[in-house]
Write a protein that binds this ligand. Structure first.
Ligand code: SF4
Length: 378
């Protein structure tokens, strides 16, 4: 029988299937990685964040706008789409939700007023993927443009902090999207852009084959670390958990197996249940905490799993679900102006920066991850 952590001779190693979000979560905080991708059932998250509602609503409206027929691609329609699809979760009250809906409507109307509706993107919310000898990576791109013979990756941002050229250059996600898009669509793709709607600015970076390869190598290094951690997780779970007997759903025969789930984090409702009240449950949790250490920092205030993480609670003050919106307002007037030409994407435009793993206000990528929950600049 195969032992976890060991490869059978001659057998190809299984590819690590991931998204950029998963890799960045591993890089940012192994404890959050475990909560997000390994513990099943996953620990309950905190309440939804209002800034995530803003980001998801804006992304959804812009994606829907490009799906409209050409003659309906107007700023007014963008505003209608935003209003119709407005996500109300996380706001302090109805008044706050309405205020931010109206501000967000102005953002999408201003942004779309700078776009050429006839300039059909190659992809909108397009999933792209590729594989190497180490990873099978995929992700969903906000927009893929074609400019000349090349493709351009466009990523919308609605967070507080204006982004820089360095943000575009250093983004693992954008580089991986470029590689995936190039391979899926059979065209060169080296330019990546961050379109920051609140400041009507664009940060652009032109990758070379060498810089893309460096990002890919970095992704493979992270994947190997995370893959090993995944295997260690399963080995710890199987070696520590007591065998138990169950009856399968499809037959009346009994099988002996290790539990399929890890002990929930302290403080979760099920942590007090019989399955985890045993000394072995505590032993397993301690070993997992050691293998998946917490990386506390300012982002902990915005982490969906903060309630399960004593280290994170000590690192940052608790936040209300709408607190990032307050931060936005304190920054002054970030409203977009209709017709603002700064929205126009231009090669060489210098702006922007994102923290690795922080997708800002971007909508969840549907990979079970993207759970950082924090604003672009908490
Ligand atoms: S609260 Fe902080 S340390 Fe804890 S899991 Fe979240 S990000 Fe990691």
């Amino acid at each position: 029988m195969r032992q976890l952590g060991l490869e059978l001779e001659g057998m190809p190693k299984r590819l690590y299937s991931c998204t950029p979000s998963r890799l960045n979560t591993w890089l940012d905080c192994p404890r959050r990685y475990r909560f997000t991708y390994l513990d099943r059932p996953a620990p309950p998250k905190g309440p939804p964040w209002a800034h995530n509602s803003v980001g998801a609503s804006v992304h959804n409206a812009l994606a829907a706008w490009w799906r409209e027929p050409y003659d309906r691609r107007t700023p007014a329609v963008a505003g209608i789409l935003l209003t119709r699809g407005w996500i109300t979760e996380g706001f302090r009250d109805q008044d706050q939700s309405t205020e931010w809906r109206d501000r967000s409507r102005e953002l999408v109307m201003g942004y779309t007023s700078t776009l050429d509706p006839s300039d059909e993107p190659v992809g909108v919310e397009r999933t792209v993927a590729t594989r190497t000898s180490v990873i099978a990576v995929s992700g969903r791109v906000d927009r893929i443009d074609r400019r000349g013979d090349e493709l351009v990756i466009v990523d919308y941002k609605t967070g507080r902090r204006p982004l820089t050229e360095d943000d575009a250059r250093s983004s693992l996600a954008l580089a991986l999207y470029a590689i995936c898009a190039s391979r899926v669509l059979h065209r060169p793709c080296r330019q990546v852009e961050l379109h920051h709607l609140p400041t009507a600015s664009t940060a652009t970076w032109q990758h070379t084959d060498a810089t893309l390869q460096r990002h890919l190598s970095r992704a493979e290094d992270l994947a190997q670390e995370a893959s090993q951690a995944d295997e260690d997780y399963r080995a710890l779970r199987d070696s520590t958990a007591p065998a138990r007997t169950r009856t399968t759903a499809s037959s009346t025969s009994s099988t002996t197996e290790a539990p399929a789930v890890a002990p929930p984090a302290p403080g979760t409702p099920s942590a007090t249940g019989s399955a985890t009240a045993s000394p072995r449950g505590g032993e397993l949790r301690a070993k997992l905490d050691e293998r998946f250490p917490a990386h506390p920092g300012p982002i902990c205030s915005w982490c969906d799993y903060r309630q399960h993480c004593p280290e994170g609670q000590a690192a940052g003050t608790p936040r209300q679900p709408w607190d990032a919106l307050v931060d936005l307002r304190e920054d002054g007037d970030l409203k977009a102006t209709a017709g603002n030409e700064n929205y126009r994407a231009t090669a060489g435009n210098e702006n922007f920066k994102t923290t690795p793993g922080n997708e800002g206000f971007k909508a969840p990528a549907g990979d079970g991850g993207a759970t950082g929950g924090g604003p672009a600049t908490p």
